[in-house]
Ligand binder design. Structure first.
Ligand SMILES: Cc1cc2nc3c(=O)[nH]c(=O)nc-3n(C[C@H](O)[C@H](O)[C@H](O)COP(=O)(O)OP(=O)(O)OC[C@H]3O[C@@H](n4cnc5c(N)ncnc54)[C@H](O)[C@@H]3O)c2cc1C
Length: 383
């Protein structure tokens, strides 16, 4: 039997979650579908533990609305009997309460992936007008006269493509731009437990990374985790190189003697996605110039972060204090009347998406796409 919904959101990562909840809150019957068993996408399922792109240079929220609401919902509420003495414990307690932490020149939020999934599930189940479908791969999209009319078994008014790979756009042949491993190398993300070494500065990190590089290991970086004595590792080497890497750390680096990962298997997570060509294509020049737009719907200040095929990250920062804006036109497909997009599918060139793909920005563009889609349905533009 076939049913109808106002808005179909494909993909339940940071962008799709924000889009679906925002569209439903605006009064539209909304369907959220994902091939996974639950909401979370890359942020909930890949082992990442830092949410980037939420803050400006001073650690203040760049976007209000859903992005801020979800970030605040990720804060743990440590029980009063938890606090332990010591600077590291205090820092962790601060982070658990949702305080941003400074990582080099940028501010990030530490979170637990299971909390990301749990808060996403709570939001979805408590939002009227919103129905989620799990284990539900996108199977078919029907377009007639430049408009999408059906997604899988549903008649739809508007579609928001938050699939990361522009899967809706692919099925209706909408024009897309692709990234690949030469602009964004994939990484194996895994937790490393039993690390007692303290990292208080970039120099402390360099003291660990230098011997690894000298020993010929591909680049990696460490990020703080909310778990005691745990780091999150993003390793640009092959999955087979993870075990030798851990052995090397145990044998050669102080504070890593007892490190181990609970994971049994390792797989690379792709950073690259596909961007749908929209009514405006955000460029790397816009990003680095901190450009503003009259139809701005989201803000971001994350640097252009490109991980090359050599596994080396190149960061290009905005000027101090600057942020750029994302226009509504970058969330609306150029040639398919009722197709919107957000997150990694945003209309952006390879340099701009290397900044705008971080999760804080995906939450903000997702929320904006949900609201724009609802406005479009409630008053479609005259031709
Ligand atoms: C190695 C790595 C490290 C990163 N580090 C960070 C970091 O530290 N901090 C940060 O903020 N960002 C980081 N990022 C970037 C960030 O995680 C992603 O860009 C962001 O999560 C993308 O969100 P999204 O909602 O656009 O897409 P995704 O989270 O990828 O969600 C897309 C969803 O669509 C679903 N989907 C796809 N195809 C189909 C289909 N055919 N049918 C049904 N469902 C489908 C998927 O199952 C998925 O749930 C990192 C990315 C990588 C790969």
């Amino acid at each position: 039997m076939s049913t109808a919904v106002d808005i179909a959101v494909v993909g339940a990562g940071a962008a799709g979650l924000a889009a679906a909840v925002s569209a439903a809150r605006a009064g539209c019957t909304t369907m959220l579908l994902d091939q996974r068993p639950a909401a979370g996408g890359t942020g909930g399922f890949s082992g990442l533990t830092t949410l980037c792109g939420l803050y400006d240079d001073a650690g203040k929220f760049l976007n209000g609305g859903f992005a801020r609401e979800f970030a605040e919902a990720l804060a743990e509420r440590p029980s009063p009997d938890r606090p332990e003495p010591g600077a590291a414990s205090r820092q962790r307690a601060d982070r658990e309460m949702g305080a941003p932490i400074k990582m080099g020149r940028v501010w990030v939020l530490s979170y637990r992936p299971e909390t990301f999934r749990a808060r996403a599930a709570q939001l979805i189940s408590s939002t009227p007008n919103l129905r989620a479908h799990w284990h539900a791969p996108l199977q078919s999209v029907v377009a007639e006269n430049g408009r999408i009319t059906r997604v899988n078994d549903f008649a739809v008014g508007v579609v928001i493509d938050c699939s990361g790979g522009a899967e809706v756009a692919r099925l209706v042949d909408a024009e897309c731009l692709a990234t690949d491993a030469t602009t964004q190398a994939p990484a194996v993300v895994f937790p490393l437990d039993g690390v007692t070494r303290e990292f208080n500065s970039a120099a402390d990190v360099a003291q660990v990374l230098l011997p690894l590089a000298r020993a010929g290991f591909p680049p990696l970086n460490f990020q703080a985790s909310l778990e005691r004595d745990q780091l999150t590792v993003k390793f640009t080497g092959a999955p087979e190189a993870v075990r030798p890497l851990i052995e090397f750390l145990r044998a050669n680096i102080g504070g890593f003697e007892n490190c181990a990962t609970p994971l049994k298997e390792f797989a690379p997570t792709p950073r690259a996605g596909r961007m749908i060509v929209g009514q405006y294509v955000l460029t790397g020049t816009d990003v680095l110039a901190g450009r503003k737009f009259p139809d701005a719907v989201a803000r971001c200040a994350w640097p252009v972060e490109q991980w090359g095929a050599d596994g080396v990250a190149r960061f290009q920062y905005l000027p101090p204090g600057a942020h750029y804006e994302i226009p509504a036109r970058s969330l609306r497909a150029a040639r398919v009347e009722n197709l919107f997009m957000a997150g990694k599918t945003l209309s952006a060139d390879v340099a701009a998406i290397a900044s705008a793909r971080v999760m804080g920005c995906c939450l903000a563009t997702g929320a904006a796409a949900g609201q724009l889609a609802a406005q479009y349905l409630q008053s479609p533009p005259r031709k």
